[in-house]
Design a protein around this ligand. Sequence first.
Ligand code: GDP
Ligand code: CA
Length: 310
Amino acid sequence: LRVTLLAGGVGGAKMAEGLAAVEDIKLSIIGNIADDEAFHGLWVSPDIDTLTYSLAGMIDRVQGWGVADEGKRALDTLSMLGQETWMTLGDRDFGLHIYRTMRRNQGDRPFIIARDVARAFGIKAAIVLPTDDIVQTQVQTDAGWLSFQQYFVREQCAPDVRGVRFEGIETARPTLEALKAILTADVIVLAPSNPLVSIAPILEIPGIGEAVKAATAHKIAVSPFIAGKVVKGPADRMMASMGMRADALGVAQRYQSFVDQLVIDNEDATLAADIAALGVDPVCYPILMKDQTDKARLASEIMAEARKTL
Ligand code: GDP
Ligand code: CA
């Protein structure tokens, strides 16, 4: 079976690791490039790197991002040189940013660069960029518009979010590889990623959301909310401050026009009837992924649900 996962960073990578453990599927992962930003002259792609490091087994398991056993000496040097160093970039990590930037400067397609990195790191799944163009999330706060990393890392998500925009998205073109992964998929999975700043900037690239809607695949999403709370990150406060329900039902409302099923936690079983009323089939299952066993189990459950419909 062909399975295509739409994924952000940490929540996306956990789901990717689960699906990567399922036998007999061909996995493509369409990642989010809208968190990308230049630091110290290098092009940094945090969500794609989180996917890459996770699937390569290099990830720092404690923080969920970055390389394990990492140093910060390069950043210390930049700090001595008077540079702002709030964006944590590790020494090993810098090597990847240097490589990516070098290839981009040579004119190579970002899709090919990400594919080559994944292959070099021994990753079997295909990591597919949704576009080769630059799309950058910006967050509106009371102090004005911030780049996503300024909001997320420098301000640590403290400001209330009044709005979100994806700079450059109107003119971005989808990659043919992403469209193919969507249109030829038997199953499309939406990771339990932030709906507003991880999934939306993938779906809103012209052609991508339309392809997901048109695709004949079984479409199944996993809620990033468990018992009305996020596992990590600002999705709850963002959804609430933008007038959406910050729970699994809010996720179902956002995805109802195209998903067939939403996997929610057993703790959210009371929301199942309301989710079903939206025309989305709720599946109750333990969706907190603490370790590889949890990830693989959730992925098997998703595949079992999908297989019932194929
Ligand atoms: P980011 O790009 O690193 O912010 O990561 P994502 O957008 O991919 O994922 C962030 C979301 O993942 C948050 O809203 C979390 O609630 C969710 N998340 C993290 N770990 C888990 C988990 O184990 N289970 C579920 N269901 N959601 C999770
Ligand atoms: Ca992200």
